[in-house]
Design a protein around this ligand. Sequence first.
Ligand code: FAD
Length: 239
Amino acid sequence: MRHGWEGAVLKLMRAKDFTFTVTGAEQVTEHFRRVRFTDGGMLKATGVHPTMWVRVWFANAGRPHQRGYTLVEPDAEAGTFGFDFAMHDGPACDWALAAQPGDTIEATVQGSAFTAPDPLPPRMLVFGDAASLPAINSLLAALPEVPATIWFETAHDSEGARTLVLDPERHRLNLVPRKEEGGHLVTEARAALPELIDDPAAAYAWVACDFKSTRGLTALLRKELGVPKHRVNAMAYWR
Ligand SMILES: Cc1cc2nc3c(=O)[nH]c(=O)nc-3n(C[C@H](O)[C@H](O)[C@H](O)COP(=O)(O)OP(=O)(O)OC[C@H]3O[C@@H](n4cnc5c(N)ncnc54)[C@H](O)[C@@H]3O)c2cc1C
């Protein structure tokens, strides 16, 4: 598949392209589908870092449709990994539902990076939802010694956060039903955060929700609560 102007820009940025081959797919929960792949040599070429994601080229009525997906259980030696698709209507999810062993898909590696906060915060403030659940698991596993409070937005009553891997000693989970197109999550955060942030300069927040909530949470953290820009790691995962 040709990747259009986005592909051309990524090429200029020295992005690397790989072809993944499906080895299997399974329904992890009602709302998550895991598709497993061999990596076409990617992991040995790029290495692996926490929260690592790639740009996958799905087709949408014959046009390139690039979407981010986070690596689950990457194994550089074996050259394998998975994606956990949070299911909703969309070309990427349609592709995941139909994926069969032997199917291939193209991906570009550009823009994914991870830098641990230095100094480590007394507590990480983590905001996400089903799309960023694989990245949250990877973040918490990368910094196991750091306590974290997680606000997890749920779109379905039955969804919960069953595949979040939490340490009951260090991690506190707040399940927040998705309401007001994500506005409710920002309201909840506004009520809870002041008590959790003693020193804004030492705080650290990691935010990966939909575009609107991510923007609202970033403004709350930086403008209202005074957390410095370099201590807020925010990226919209969908819109
Ligand atoms: C860095 C990064 C890593 C990501 N990792 C993952 C991952 O590991 N697993 C994962 O599932 N997603 C992940 N995402 C999010 C995923 O790329 C988006 O959800 C994407 O829009 C899905 O594409 P689509 O073709 O299925 O739907 P689109 O064509 O983009 O959208 C179709 C419709 O679905 C809605 N929609 C899109 N995403 C969601 C959603 N998550 N929940 C509810 N409604 C939605 C849109 O508003 C639209 O109405 C990641 C995104 C980024 C930026």
